[in-house]
Structures are given as C-alpha cells and as structure tokens.
Design a protein around this ligand. Structure first.
Ligand code: AMP
Ligand code: GLY
Length: 422
C-alpha cells in the first residue's frame, strides 16, 4: 500500500520513520517534507495547501492512507476533500477540527458534555471583556479563539497583563482574525501532561502519556515555544490518573462528538493540568503533538499503518497497541533567537555521528539540503530522541547525542525530562 504524509516537521519525520517500518508500505510520499523526511519519502509535485490537487495525486498514485500532521489543513477541511472523493485520511473533518481551531467551541463543547475544564467566559466586545477582567481580578488566562501558532494564550498574573493581552488580541489584532473572540478563564495550577488518543468514531484508545516543555529556557523560564522537548511515559499520569482521563475526558469527548453528529476518525490530544490526582483539560488538539510524537512513536511496537487503517476504517481495538517498556526523551535543538527572529541556512554537522549512537533517533524539523550540505531552515531544527531503560538513562543518552550535533547559535534546554526524575 502507498502512504501519503502531509507536513514537514519533527512530528512528520517521526511518523514517516515509523510508517517506513511497515512491511505493507510500498511508496511513501510526503509534502512539503524536510531534509530528514525526504531521505525516507518520495516528493509530491503538489503544494501542501492544494487539497484538490493532493486528492488527485493520491488517486493517481494508489495511496491507501493519508496521514495529516498539522492542524491548519485539518481546520481548513483537507479531510472533507478526501472523504468527498471516497478516500480516507487520518484526522477529523473541518467540523471535528473545531476542537482545536476554536477555543470558544472547545470550551463550550466541554461544558455541554461535562468534561472538566477551567471555568470561563467568552467575549467579542473588548470593552465588556476589559470590564470583566477588572471585576474578576488576576490571575487569569486570556485565549484568542482561533489558531495562532501556539501563541494565542496568555497566562496573566496581574490585571494589567490581562488588559494588555485583551488589547493585543482584540484591538491591535496581533493574531489577526483569531483574536476576534476571546476566552477568559481561571488560571489553574499543577503539572501538565499530554494524553494523545486515537478514535475511529466508535472507540477511543489512549497512547502512552507524554510531557512537553513549552517554555524556551530551563526551569520553564522565558516565552512559550512550539515545544522544546518531550518525554514518555509521564509519571504524573499514574494508572489511576489515566483511568480518570479515560472516564472523565476521553469517553465523554467521543460520546459528545457522536451526539453532535461528528464522524471523527483520527487523533484527539488532551492537554491536561493535573493537581493532586485531579484533572482538567486545558486544550484539545486534533492531531499528533509536536514534539510528543517524537517521544511516543519510538515506543510503539505495533505497526502504525495497521493502527491508522483501523482508525480510518472504524475497526480500532485497544489490543492493537503494544508498547516498549523503555522510556523515550526528545531534546529539541532550536535556532538561536527562537521563538523570536532567527537566522536560517546555517550548516549543521554531526547528525550522522549522533545517529550512529546506540538507541538514538534524530528527527529533522527545520532542515533542508543546500549544495549537498544540511542547513537550518526553521526555528526548531532537530529533535534528538533517545530510548533508555528509564527516563534518567534516556536523558543521559539524549544529551550525549545532542553534544555531537553542531550548528551556529544552536540552543536547547538542559532539563528535558528532569521533572520526571525528581
Ligand atoms: P493551550 O494552547 O490552551 O494549551 O495553552 C498553552 C499553555 O498555556 C498551556 O500549555 C498552559 O501552560 C497554559 N495554560 C492554558 N490554560 C491555562 C489555565 N487555565 N491555567 C494555567 N495555565 C494555562
Ligand atoms: N506540543 C504541543 C503541541 O503539539 O501543540
């Protein structure tokens, strides 16, 4: 069977690496890809945002499974195009994708279906929102409704910060149309974890839990990024917590989708806050997490293609997923300056040396080939994943490999996984 992957980051490299291991796969295609992905995949002469063109390409090339990596095409309806053409793609259609594409929709959905989440209000009028903030007092969290590349959420410790966040989103429109409406919610405390699950619309099966590191610097300091590293399993998600997540979040989410007439076949990612065993949903994503996927998929023993086909064909069973007991840690190496402005086209060296180390996988994110040299092309450049008998060993392995890789200005956190060891 031929497989098509849409996307070009570390997540898609991890997906491509895993799909390549399936004996069923003939040709593997990807667009737009990156230097690491294109060592495993054939290019697609169609732009990643030309959905009709992609459907035609998939038909012509006998593609039996399309896996969509990022949220933007899901929200823009790529799966609707595939389904209308009688083809299956892993991911929700544009209605289901609102769980990520609209924070207002997601919060109201959780409220309708009794899923634990921070109390909130929604606003379209800046004056009313400002008044509410003054009345409520800090701390508060202000969230732009729409997709804002992970930057639409501001955790505000003071009323002044909340006022600034509202002005930025609603008046200055720094997130464009995504800030037309906002959610204002209570700030929660605790430890965060990511539980990704697969659903075929009938059953919902969690993957092994993971934890991301959103802040750019050690000890969670500095501005938020797309994610500076991840590890799996996440000890904060004990067996008891996982049972709670299944009973109070995953099952009611699937029931809610069904009740609202949504045929959702893909990934549901619940971003959780956990405090003393109590869980609350911070956000939904409708796709694999990045960089969580780079820590989770290396631990999956099952054939990912079989699992994805079971999802798209409505035949998913819990027993299809089996896991490597070892831990995985992924350290993201980023461009100097990220998440602010950064330079690109800087030469990267040492990747082969890192890859030759035991239990190491180097997933490319922002890389390309230029005149035979691997160079940087994005903010997050590489994700160096290591397996180990426990998290501490995986951390040690990961940083040995990270130290073998060099590019000018490279920066990364030194404390990925540290919370799991404490
Ligand atoms: P989101 O995109 O909704 O996951 O928000 C991004 C980040 O903001 C989360 O990973 C949390 O670190 C933080 N955050 C979101 N909502 C809250 C909340 N209600 N309380 C505390 N932190 C939050
Ligand atoms: N790791 C966070 C995300 O994928 O959105």
């Amino acid at each position: 069977m031929n497989v098509l992957i849409i996307g070009g980051g570390g997540r898609e490299h991890a997906i491509a690496w895993k799909v390549r291991q399936s004996v069923k796969v003939g040709s593997l295609f990807c667009t737009p890809g990156n230097a690491g992905i294109m060592r495993l995949c054939e290019p697609v002469p169609v732009k990643a945002d030309d959905f009709k063109g992609l459907v035609q390409f998939a038909k012509r090339n006998d593609v039996g499974l399309t896996i969509i990596g990022p949220e933007a095409p899901l929200c823009a309806g790529i799966v609707n195009e595939f389904r209308n053409a009688g083809m299956q793609a892993l991911g929700p259609d544009s209605r289901g994708a609102q769980l990520e594409g609209s924070k207002v929709f997601a919060k109201q959905f959780m409220k309708r279906h009794g899923i634990p989440t921070a109390p909130f209000e929604t606003f379209t009028d800046p004056a009313t929102a400002l008044e509410y903030v003054k009345k409520k007092g800090a701390p508060l969290v202000v969230k732009a409704d729409g997709l804002a590349a992970g930057k639409g959420v501001t955790v505000c410790r003071t009323v002044a910060e909340a006022e600034q966040a509202l002005r930025d989103a609603m008046e200055k429109k720094v997130f464009g149309d995504a800030g037309r409406e906002v959610v204002i919610e209570e700030m929660l405390e605790g430890e965060e974890a990511s539980v990704l699950a697969l659903t075929d619309g009938k059953v919902i099966v969690p993957l092994e839990p993971a934890q991301d590191h959103k802040a750019v610097f050690d000890q969670d300091q500095g501005p938020n990024t797309g994610g500076m590293g991840a590890y799996s399993p996440a000890p904060v998600v004990t067996d008891t917590v996982m049972r709670e997540v299944e009973a109070k979040v995953l099952k009611p989410t699937l029931e809610g989708l069904k009740k609202e007439g949504m045929d959702y076949r893909g990934v549901i990612y619940a971003g959780l806050m956990i405090k003393e065993g109590r869980i609350s949903v911070l956000e939904y994503n409708v796709r694999f997490g990045d960089p969580e996927t780079q820590a989770v998929l290396p631990r999956l023993k099952s054939d990912l293609v079989d699992v994805c086909l079971a999802v798209t064909n409505g035949r998913l069973e819990k027993s299809m997923l089996s896991w490597d007991k070892r831990a995985a840690v992924c350290v993201v190496m980023a461009s100097g300056g990220y998440p602010g402005p950064y330079h690109t086209h800087l030469p990267i060296n040492g990747v082969e040396k890192a890859e030759a180390m035991r239990s190491i996988l180097v997933f490319h994110a922002g890389t390309e080939m230029s005149h035979g040299q691997l160079v940087t092309s994005g903010g997050r450049v590489l994700g160096v994943t290591a397996l180990g008998k426990d998290i501490a060993t995986a951390i040690e392995n990961a940083y040995k490999a990270v130290e073998a890789v060099h590019f000018p200005g490279a920066h990364f956190r030194w404390d990925i996984g540290a919370k799991a060891v404490e």
